[in-house]
Design a protein around this ligand. Structure first.
Ligand code: 3PG
Length: 412
């Protein structure tokens, strides 16, 4: 069992997975090139290999479920490319069916032989997976009721999605004997150890486009006084700039409006008024009429694409002075290599510092290939982004609660 705060989670050492039919929830959600739609990186896929290999070696038949993006977003896609990447990482053929719980999927699952691996299509193609609800009600969804009877065991290895209470994460543990996979186990053990360190200052660098998640995280970090400083980049920095009354220009406001982020400004303002130790960029890299230039935050002349050189200097100094650094989410539009500088330079500063560094989330993981990480000693590379930060902020993660309840539910 892994002990996490007041929870006890079963692992492969508690549940016999030998020669069983296993439903395995992973997180292969990966940044995708906007033009070619190719996967930009396979770190998250690689991270699950020990779990999948162990199951295959124990002659289990493994059916993998994961999501990729969210409906309506550029990176929402089917999973053939993920299957190809998994086959090559695993060194064996992985089957794929472009179905989730329809007749084709059920048929393929029933036909699966011991030691074989099958991937179902993007679980978020099923509308029930888009709803967050209690484990009890998720266990009654068609998704869970149709798939569960075909399996002996449910394994959750998706630490990076543990902050969601969707059927694939909290419904199955209510009806199947369940266990945490090896990646889930590794993440929880490493993060619990690092974060119990009495070291300070603790500096959080937060970026990316998941603004609502980031505000929730900042509220938690600030309320529980976990962070000494929170350095912002990406779209979340723009929302906080507006909350501070900084005019970031109509073009940038329109982009935030189109994504539904403007109503979050009052909430960001309340966070600032509560005294949260937040820093926002003083300058940006912007694009205007195909020209790329630097622009002060007080007079933004184009569409914001990255943080600027002065912000990089200020943030780097703060990272250098820290004892624990947590990095999550890019500072700019890193899918375009012209706008990776801010994120790469800050990652380098964190790696060069003497701090314990935790780096998480699909986008930052995709940039590790450009860095020399072998020299850095006190480093944990986490597959989690939002889940990582909420875990570090001491929030309950629904998927972990469900795994721990599973033991009691199944024994009843
Ligand atoms: C992530 O990348 O943080 C996880 O895969 C969860 O994705 P989501 O925020 O779309 O639920």
């Amino acid at each position: 069992m892994i002990k996490v705060a007041d929870l006890e989670l079963p692992t492969f050492d508690d549940v016999d997975v030998t020669a069983k039919k296993v439903l395995l929830r992973v997180d292969f959600n990966t940044p995708v090139d906007r033009e070619s739609k190719k996967l930009l990186d396979t770190s998250r896929i690689k991270a699950h290999i020990p779990t999948i290999k162990e199951l295959v070696e124990k002659a289990s038949s493994v059916v993998i479920i994961t999501h990729q993006g969210r409906p309506g977003d550029d990176d929402f896609s089917t999973l053939e490319l993920h299957r190809d990447a998994l086959s090559s990482e695993l060194g064996m053929d992985v089957k794929f069916v472009s179905d989730i719980f329809g007749p084709c999927a059920l048929d393929e699952i029933k036909k699966l032989e011991k030691g074989e691996v099958l991937m179902l299509d993007n679980i978020r193609l099923a509308s029930e997976e888009l709803i967050e609800a209690s484990p009890e009600s998720q266990s009654k969804t068609y998704l869970v009721r149709r798939l569960a009877p075909l399996f002996d065991i449910y394994v959750n290895d998706a630490f990076a999605t543990a902050h969601r209470s969707q059927p694939s994460l909290v419904g199955f543990p209510m009806v199947l004997q369940s266990a945490a996979g090896r990646l889930m186990e590794k993440e929880l053990i490493a993060l619990s150890k690092i974060f119990n360190l009495e070291e300070s200052p603790k500096v959080f660098l937060l970026g990316g486009g998941k603004v609502l998640d980031s505000i929730r995280i900042i509220e938690n970090l600030s309320k529980k006084r976990i962070a000494d400083r929170i350095l912002l980049g990406g779209l979340v920095a723009e929302v906080f700039a507006l909350a501070k009354g900084v005019n970031i220009g109509d073009e940038n406001k329109k982009i935030l409006e189109a994504q539904g982020f403007l109503p979050l400004i009052p909430r960001a303002r309340r966070v600032l008024l509560s005294g949260a130790p937040i820093e926002i960029p003083v300058d940006f890299i912007v694009e205007k009429n195909d020209e790329i230039k630097e622009s002060y935050a007080t007079n933004v002349g184009g569409i914001i694409k990255d943080i600027g050189p002065e912000t990089i200097n200020i943030y780097s100094t703060l990272l250098n002075e820290s004892r624990v650094v947590v990095l999550r989410g890019p500072m700019g539009v890193i899918e375009d290599e012209r706008f990776r500088t801010g994120t790469l330079k800050l990652m380098s500063s964190a790696f060069a510092s003497d701090s314990y560094t935790i780096i998480g989330g699909g986008h930052l993981l995709s940039l590790l290939q450009f860095m020399n990480v072998t020299e850095k000693k006190k480093l944990h590379v986490s597959t989690g982004g939002g889940a990582l930060l909420l875990f570090l902020a001491g929030e309950r993660l629904p998927a972990l609660d469900a795994l721990s309840q599973s033991v009691k539910v199944i024994k009843r």
